[in-house]
Design a protein around this ligand. Structure first.
Ligand SMILES: Nc1ncnc2c1ncn2[C@@H]1O[C@H](COP(=O)(O)OP(=O)(O)OP(=O)(O)O)[C@@H](O)[C@H]1O
Length: 659
C-alpha cells in the first residue's frame, strides 16, 4: 500500500482513495506509536516548546506542495502533531488519549468520517484534525448540532489549543458583525450548524448586494472612501462536524432560510381565522384526504364546498388562493400537535426539532402554515416573513473544501455520506467491550399503562441508588411523566427545552446517585452525564426509552448515555401497542400485540417473546431510514445546482490539512 504523500493528501481525487488510506491499520498503528514517542520527547522540553513545534509545523505545512515530496514527510507531520496535542492534553487535562481516539483523529485528518461508539471520547478525538487543519491558517469550523455543545466543547478544549499556540473561539446566535468576525478570525471556531450556516447566508447576501451595485455607483462609493460591508466568515475552508449523521443527514432536509423581519400583523389574518372555523364543517374522505407525511389534499367535493364560501374566496386581502388557507388550516389541525411539533411560549409558536428535541425560537413554517397554527392557537397572526436567502444544508456543507466529522451512529448512512459529501466512513473499534446491559423490553397495551410502568421502574432503581434518565419523544410525554412522578412525591429534574433550569446544570446533576431526570431527545445526543462514585458502585446510569423513534440511530444515541467510557450502566425500551411508531408505521404489530394480549388473558399464553418484537421494530426503523435517505437524495437532485454539485463531488474532498 502506498501511503498518503503530501501531494496526494492535498488533492485526493475521490472518497475511495481516502478510504484506502484510512484502512491501512498497520500504518495507523505505527503513526500512533511514533506520535506517543514524540510526546515523550516533548514532555521534557521547556514550557513554551509546544508553541515552537506548532510554529515549525505551520512553516512545514505551508511550503509549496511540490517541495513536500517525500511520502514519509506527511507521516512525520502527523507524528509530531500527535506529540504536540498529546503533551498539551496531558498538561491541561492530566489525561492521555486512548489509541482508539488517535485512530479516529488520524482518519478524520485524512478526510474520513470516524464512527466511534457513543461515550468513547469523540470530543477529544476531534482535537487532532482541528489542530492539523488550523496550522494552515485559513480557519477551521468545528460544527456541533447545537449551541450548548459548541460552548461546552470550546470551554473544555480552549486551554489545550492555547497551550499549542492555536487560537480558538465560539460563535453564537446573537453575535453582532464585529463579534462574529473576531470569532471567525480565530484558527478554530466552534459553533452550531445553524449559527455557522446563517452567517454564511448573511455573507452571501452582502456579496450579492455589493455585486448588484451599478459600476458607477461602486466607483463613486470608492471615491468617497465608503467601505463595502464586510462579511463575517473567511470562507468555507475546513469543517469538522460532530454528530455528523444528525447534522449532515437528519437535519439536512430543512434548508437554511434567512428571512427578513416580519412586519407586524398579517394582512390576511382574518382569512386564517375564517379557515380555522371553516374546516369544522369538512370531513375526512368526503372533503379531504391524507396524502402521506404532513400532506393533505382536497377532494373534488372539498374544492366545491370550499369555493362555495364566496365572501372568503373573493376577499380583497387574499395573499394566496382561498383553498390553500383551508389546506393549511387542515394541516395545522391534523398534522401538527402542540408540545410535540411546537410549543407556545410568550404567546409565540416555537418549533421543536423532532430528532434533537430542541426548541427553535427563531424558526417558522412557511407557506401560511405558521399563520394557520397561530390562528388555531388563537394567537396574534404575524405576517409571513420574506425570504432573503436560502441554501440547502447539503449544498452548504459541500461548499467546504475539506469536510470530515465524527458520529456514534453512522450505521446505514455510510453510502449516503459518501455519495453526497464524498466522505467515506471509518469504523473505529471499541476500546473495551461495552458494559451496558440491555434489559428485555417491557410491552404493554396502552400508553397509560406504559407511563405507570416507567415511573415505577424509575422510582425503584433510583431508590437503589442508581441515577435514572427517562428519555421521552416529545415535550408532552415529558410533561405527562413529570406529572406522574409529582403525584408519587418523587423528586426529579426535567429537561425538555421549555424548563426554567439551565441545561448544563440539569445534566451535571443527572449522574448523582438516586437522581431521576426526565428529558426529551435534548439529552439524547452528545451529552455526557458524569457519574458520582456512589452511582458507579450502584450500577451506573439506567436509561429508560419511553417510546422508540422511527430512526434506530436516535434510540442508540439515547441509550448511549449509559455505560460510557467503560462505566457500568443499563437501558430498557418500553413499548405500548398504541405508540405512534407502531400506529403510523407498523399497525400490524399493534394488532398482533392486541392478539397476544387476548391470548395471554384467555389461556395464559405469552407469545410476545416468540414474536421477536424488537427485531420487527428494527425492520420498520430500517425501512423508515431508507425512505428518509430517498427523500434527501431527491432533495439533492432537485437542488438547482445539481449539475454543478455533481461535478464538484468529483473534485472534493481535499483530504489534507495542507491544502
Ligand atoms: N482519554 C481519555 N481519558 C479519560 N477520560 C476520557 C478520555 N477521553 C474521553 N474521556 C471522557 O469520556 C467521556 C465521554 O467522552 P465524550 O463525551 O467525548 O464521548 P463521545 O464519544 O463524544 O460521546 P457521544 O457519542 O455520546 O457524544 C467524557 O466524560 C470524557 O471526559
Amino acid at each position: 500500500m502506498t501511503h498518503p504523500t503530501p501531494g496526494t493528501l492535498n488533492r485526493t481525487s475521490s472518497a475511495r482513495s481516502i478510504a484506502r488510506q484510512t484502512t491501512d491499520t498497520r500504518w495507523i498503528a505505527s503513526v500512533i506509536q511514533r506520535g506517543r514517542d514524540a510526546a515523550i520527547a516533548i514532555q521534557d522540553d521547556a514550557g513554551d516548546s509546544l508553541q515552537t513545534h506548532t510554529q515549525r509545523l505551520k512553516t512545514w505545512i505551508r511550503q509549496p506542495h511540490d517541495q513536500l515530496k517525500r511520502s514519509d514527510e506527511s507521516t512525520e507531520i502527523l507524528t509530531l502533531a500527535i506529540g504536540v496535542v498529546q503533551t498539551a492534553v496531558q498538561r491541561e487535562m492530566s489525561i492521555s488519549l486512548f489509541d482508539v481516539q488517535w485512530h479516529a483523529g488520524i482518519v478524520m485528518s485524512l478526510g474520513s468520517i470516524a464512527e466511534m461508539q457513543t461515550g468513547e471520547g469523540k470530543t477529544l478525538a476531534g482535537v487532532l484534525p482541528a489542530y492539523l487543519h488550523a496550522l494552515r491558517g485559513q480557519g477551521v469550523h468545528v460544527v456541533t448540532p447545537n449551541a450548548y455543545l459548541a460552548r461546552r466543547d470550546y470551554e473544555q478544549l480552549r486551554p489545550v489549543y492555547e497551550r499549542c499556540g492555536i487560537s480558538t473561539s465560539v460563535v453564537e446566535d446573537g453575535y453582532d458583525d464585529d463579534q462574529a468576525r473576531r470569532a471567525y478570525a480565530s484558527d478554530i471556531t466552534y459553533g452550531s450548524a445553524h449559527t455557522i450556516g446563517f452567517d454564511f447566508l448573511r455573507d452571501q447576501l452582502i456579496e450579492q448586494q455589493t455585486a448588484s451595485l451599478a459600476v458607477g455607483e461602486r466607483f463613486l462609493r470608492d471615491l468617497r472612501g465608503a467601505q463595502s460591508p464586510r462579511g463575517r466568515q473567511r470562507g468555507l475552508i475546513s469543517a469538522i462536524v460532530d454528530e455528523a449523521d444528525d447534522v449532515l443527514l437528519d437535519d439536512a432536509v430543512s434548508p437554511l432560510i434567512l428571512s427578513g423581519a416580519s412586519n407586524g400583523d398579517a394582512v390576511d389574518a382574518e382569512l386564517h381565522r375564517i379557515a380555522v372555523e371553516f374546516i369544522n364543517d369538512l370531513s375526512e374522505g368526503e372533503h379531504f384526504v391524507f396524502a402521506g407525511g404532513d400532506r393533505i389534499e382536497l377532494t373534488d367535493a372539498g374544492f366545491t364546498t370550499v369555493y362555495q364560501h364566496i365572501e372568503a374566496a373573493t376577499h380583497s386581502k387574499l395573499v394566496r388562493p382561498w383553498h390553500e388557507y383551508i389546506v393549511s388550516a387542515l394541516r395545522a389541525a391534523f398534522c401538527y400537535q402542540r408540545d410535540v411539533h411546537y410549543v407556545v411560549r410568550d404567546s409565540e409558536i416555537q418549533l421543536i426539532d423532532s430528532s434533537t428535541g430542541r426548541v427553535f425560537a427563531d424558526r417558522t413554517w412557511s407557506g401560511g402554515l405558521h399563520q394557520a397554527v397561530q390562528a388555531r392557537e388563537d394567537l396574534k397572526i404575524t405576517s409571513e416573513s420574506s425570504t432573503l436567502g436560502r441554501v440547502t444544508k447539503q449544498r452548504f456543507f459541500r461548499s467546504y473544501r475539506f469536510l470530515t466529522g465524527m458520529t456514534g451512529t453512522a450505521d446505514q448512512c455510510q453510502d449516503e455520506l459518501e455519495r453526497v459529501y464524498g466522505t467515506p466512513v471509518s469504523t473505529i473499534e471499541l476500546r473495551h467491550p461495552s458494559k451496558r446491559e440491555t434489559y428485555p423490553p417491557r410491552v404493554v397495551m396502552t400508553r397509560d399503562e406504559k407511563y405507570d410502568a416507567v415511573v415505577n421502574e424509575a422510582i425503584q432503581l433510583a431508590a437503589s441508588g442508581r441515577p435514572v434518565l427517562i428519555g421521552t419523544l416529545s415535550v408532552s410525554e415529558s410533561l405527562e411523566i413529570a406529572a406522574r412522578l409529582r403525584e408519587r412525591d418523587c423528586e426529579f429534574k426535567i429537561l425538555n427545552g421549555i424548563q426554567d433550569a439551565d441545561e448544563a446544570a440539569v445534566i451535571s446533576a443527572a449522574g448523582e446517585s438516586g437522581a431521576i431526570t426526565v428529558a426529551t431527545n435534548l439529552a439524547g445526543r452528545g451529552t455526557d452525564i458524569g457519574l458520582d462514585p456512589e452511582s458507579l458502585t450502584r450500577g451506573g446510569l439506567h436509561v429508560i426509552v419511553t417510546q422508540m423513534h422511527s430512526l434506530a440511530r436516535v434510540d442508540r444515541q439515547l441509550i448511549g448515555r449509559a455505560a460510557r467510557c467503560g462505566d457500568p450502566g443499563s437501558c430498557r425500551f418500553f413499548i405500548a401497542a398504541d405508540d405512534d411508531l407502531l400506529i403510523q408505521h407498523a399497525p400490524w404489530i399493534s394488532r398482533h400485540l392486541s392478539r397476544c394480549d387476548r391470548l395471554a388473558e384467555d389461556c395464559g399464553l405469552d407469545i410476545t417473546r416468540r414474536f421477536k418484537l424488537l427485531k420487527q421494530i428494527e425492520t420498520v426503523q430500517r425501512r423508515t431510514q431508507r425512505q428518509a435517505t430517498i427523500r434527501r437524495l431527491r432533495l439533492l437532485q432537485s437542488d438547482s445546482h445539481e449539475q454543478q454539485l455533481l461535478t464538484l463531488s468529483e473534485k472534493r474532498p481535499d483530504a489534507c490539512w495542507a491544502m
